[in-house]
Design a protein around this ligand. Structure first.
Ligand code: PHE
Length: 447
């Protein structure tokens, strides 16, 4: 077998995994989901989901990936020879296309806002006008499709330069910067008149506002945000070296990702209440609120530009990891060359993303359960694909995988303490499957 690429440094490997996790899921989707689901109680459930399911599933994906140094399908075949578990990989591949399909449309919106920021258009309007501006964008098929395609072209150019050069460099510079700028924005938001209402909304849980559907969405959001359930972290950790402590890395990814999500909430909600925007606005929420924040800041032009630039890079490191799933699969399972695998992945992604981008305008008549195609993809990605994937991973590692492989990976062959093992196994065997299955059954009306 030819030598697989590897991350040059340990920091590079973690930065890439954090780069995959931190993206629009945290900055765009988390605030909108929290807003729609009533705030505080949703966030509390979200954090619990991260601790008892999210981090254990990250660790499981790391165990599968690093113990075999291969893609999900090959990994499952190596770990369970003669069994058919590897077939689940196809669900993961499908899931990764659904995620990237709607996700790249939002990345397209980010480029439009970057462009508007460069033109200086994000500093002189009222919040009502910003809401019109967003509606103008999504109802224009050319702009939506154009920006989405531009984003995807950039994504696939970066990918064609290979794992190390492309991903590592971008991720290790931009992520820390994003963190700092989020803090600057939070401080600004907190200084707005009426900011305390936003904090109340975020941090005083009102369980009467949370439904079981909200709990499902908190869990789906946690999985989407951590990039788990569609074998993304299996692929990434297959490039990890054998000295890395998987437990530490999984905790780092989980904690940093959650911090970015919470910071995004603290940045958005004080402003939501201060400017009188509806917290339940949904996918348009941050696009309606952010410009008003920039406007209040000295040097707003510069901040707006910097913010959208960093979010652009954060999304890029996520879409890179998403597209790496089918690409690695095609290369290793179908013996394609890398350029060819990239081409196929790009073509399928272009088609799906175009449909998603058109679902607010040309295709907006097509609705199922009141959702247009974009909303359906957004919903199905996290609440169906990632949850099913999370369930599969938890059950596979908790019940089926040889315990020796788990112990070996947790302790690096006996060199580290394996104190996490009982907690991990308990969460994987009982907590995650029971919760996921219960929520599914409850929502489908079976119980
Ligand atoms: N976790 C990413 C985000 O929050 C999205 C993602 C999902 C990336 C699945 C890779 C795999 O933006």
């Amino acid at each position: 077998m030819s030598k697989r690429a590897a991350f040059a440094t340990r920091v590079g490997a973690i930065a890439a995994a954090v780069g995959s996790a931190v993206g629009l899921g945290n900055i765009w989707r988390f605030p909108y989901e929290a807003g729609v689901n009533g705030g505080g109680a949703f966030i509390l459930v979200y954090i619990v989901c991260i601790l008892i399911m999210g981090i254990p599933v990250i660790l499981s994906e790391f165990i599968i990936g690093r113990s075999t140094h291969s893609n999900m399908k090959a990994a499952l075949r190596t770990l369970s020879p003669g069994k058919k578990y590897y077939l689940f990989t196809y669900v993961c591949i499908l899931g990764s296309f659904v995620v990237i399909g709607f996700y790249s449309v939002v990345c397209g919106w980010i480029i439009e806002y970057l462009y508007q920021a460069a033109l200086g258009n994000l500093s002189e309007h009222s919040s009502a006008e910003y809401s019109e501006m967003f509606n103008g964008l999504i109802s224009n098929p050319w702009r939506c499709v154009g920006w989405t395609m531009l984003f995807l072209v950039i994504n696939f150019i970066v990918m064609s330069r290979g794992i190390e050069k492309g991903i590592e460099r971008v991720a290790s510079i931009m992520m820390p910067l994003l963190f700092v700028i989020l803090i600057v924005f939070c401080v600004n938001s907190l200084l707005l008149p009426g900011a305390s209402k936003g904090l109340d909304f975020l941090f005083s849980p009102d369980f009467s506002k949370l439904t079981w559907k909200g709990v499902l969405e908190a869990l789906g959001q946690a999985f989407l945000s951590l990039s788990i359930g569609i074998s993304c972290l299996v692929t990434y950790s297959s490039y990890f070296d054998d000295k890395t402590s998987l437990v530490k890395d999984a905790a780092t990814v989980g904690i940093l990702d959650t911090m970015v999500a919470i910071l995004s909430g603290v940045m958005i909600f004080p402003a939501v209440f201060s400017f009188g925007v509806e917290p339940t606005a949904g996918p348009s929420l941050i696009f309606e609120v952010l410009p008003s924040i920039f406007q209040q800041m000295t040097g707003g032009y510069f901040w707006a530009l910097l913010f959208f630039l960093l979010v652009f890079f954060a999304s890029l490191t996520s879409t890179i990891s998403l597209s790496e799933i089918p690409i690695t699969f095609m290369i290793e399972e179908h013996k394609m060359s890398r350029p060819r695998a990239i081409l196929w992945t790009a073509l399928i992604t272009f088609a799906l993303a175009a449909v998603a981008a058109l679902s607010f305008n040309v295709l907006d008549d097509i609705k199922l359960w009141g959702k247009n195609i974009f909303d359906m993809m957004d919903y199905a990605a996290s609440n169906i694909f990632m949850l099913l994937g999370g369930l599969f991973t938890a059950v596979y590692v908790g019940w089926i995988l040889d315990r020796k492989v788990i112990r070996d990976q947790l302790t690096n062959g006996g060199k580290l303490k394996g104190a996490m093992e009982p907690y991990l196994i308990f969460c994987l065997r009982y907590v995650a499957p029971v919760s996921i299955i219960f929520i599914f059954l409850y929502l489908t009306g079976i119980i």
